[in-house]
Design a protein around this ligand. Structure first.
Ligand code: ZN
Length: 394
């Protein structure tokens, strides 16, 4: 996909020995749906800056609506897919955002790029003319859209979503924009100790594991607090692109004894990617979990629960699906979610929930006491697998 977002960059400063990192980590909104004819995974930032958030939300709403109103919906073996992801970079008083939209409808894939540059000081959007002298840009192909650009610590990326070749000869920044000064530089902290929870395993106990997919999100903190209050643990299958935004919550989660698993980088439907792309989705997530939390995940939950040969051989991670689906992404009623989670309690059950909804947190409050009352202990996936192994080999 990245090849399609052809990038042109101009180096204008030479700090290469430092890591750059946003000090500005926004909240992330997530919409994930899995219906009979479509798969949707949308992640977009909430900056708390009204003008930006309104614009992004309007764009997301429109794309979502257009996708749902698409024509000729067929029930194919490969469902139609909508995946939206973003990058955000802050420097001085500016925020640069790019929204990447990938669509696959009736096996035709399409990529859309939407970019925003916002001036925080003057509370307004800027276009490319505000930051560079566009008349000094030599564009070989007239179809290039100079309105679509993204600025990070090193480059200006000019996007072309139609894959035309183009070249920029020279860019000079306008003097009143000092994007090469005062960049927020932070070293990535590699000094975090991983917290190991070693229990003496009692293979006679009846256990159930609750798992949360698609987070972390703004609701994750509440969920780990509920788990702690009820003396329970769970396993969180996280999306790599959201780990940094909620790193404090995840660190706490690990400290409380919860387990973190890998749920891909941005929720692409893994079985539709090639081997290299699948590896990239998984490895990027492993890396960010390790670099941000000092934690090595050993579990993989493939997106939409779809597994094929390529997914199986893509990593050494243990693939973990589920056998109880609360459907909390679909059902708005807390009681309905509770009922789905607890109506058929059995030793070794793996329950699927999502830490991206407030209602899932509310349901969890009711689910834990019911499970415990029936004599089950709530454990992480790794504990459950170990206990199952001991039981099967007793
Ligand atoms: Zn998911």
């Amino acid at each position: 996909m990245k090849l399609k977002l052809l990038i042109v960059f101009i180096l204008f400063f030479f700090i290469t020995s430092c890591f750059f990192k946003n000090k500005y980590t926004p909240n992330v909104h997530t919409i994930i749906e899995n219906d009979s004819n479509k798969l949707i995974a949308i992640n977009y930032p909430e900056t708390k800056i009204k003008k930006i958030d309104n614009k992004i939300e309007a764009y997301i709403k429109k794309v979502y609506k257009d996708f749902n109103n698409r024509e000729n919906i067929k029930s194919l073996k490969f469902k139609d897919e909508l995946n939206i992801d973003y990058d955000l970079f802050e420097f001085d008083n500016y925020v640069s955002i790019v929204i990447n939209t990938y669509m696959n409808i009736n096996k035709n894939s399409n990529t859309l790029i939407e970019t925003y540059l916002f001036d925080l000081k003057n509370n307004k959007f800027l276009d490319i003319n505000n930051i560079i002298n566009t008349d000094k840009i030599v564009v070989e192909n007239p179809n290039i859209n100079l309105d679509k650009f993204f600025i990070d610590s090193k480059h200006i990326h000019i996007y072309d979503d139609k894959e035309y070749k183009f070249k920029i000869d020279k860019i000079e920044f306008k003097k009143n924009i000092s994007i090469n000064n005062n960049l927020n530089t932070t070293f990535i902290d590699n000094d975090i100790d991983s917290v190991k929870v070693s229990n003496i395993i009692d293979s006679n106990k009846k256990v159930i594991a609750i798992t949360f997919d698609d987070g972390p999100s703004r609701y994750t903190k509440k969920i780990i607090d509920i788990l702690k209050e009820n003396d329970a643990v769970a396993t969180f299958f996280v999306l790599g692109n959201k780990v940094e935004s909620y790193q404090e919550t995840l660190k706490k989660s690990i400290e409380y004894g919860n387990e973190i698993g890998n749920h891909s980088y941005n929720h692409k439907w893994l079985i539709k990617l090639n081997d290299t792309q699948i590896k990239e989705q998984i490895e990027k997530t492993q890396t960010i979990i390790y670099e941000t939390l000092g934690y090595t995940s050993t579990l993989l939950r493939p997106t939409y629960g779809s597994v094929n040969k390529s997914v199986r051989k893509s990593s050494d991670l243990r693939i973990v699906l589920w056998n109880v689906d609360t459907m909390d992404w679909k059902y708005k009623s807390v009681d309905r979610i509770v009922k789905r989670a607890t109506s058929n309690l059995k030793d070794g059950n793996i329950i699927l929930m999502h830490d991206t909804y407030s209602r899932s947190a509310e349901a969890l409050k009711k689910i834990i006491p019911i499970i415990k009352k029936e004599g089950f202990e709530l454990v992480t996936i790794s504990e459950l697998l170990e206990i199952n192994y001991l039981k099967n080999n007793a």
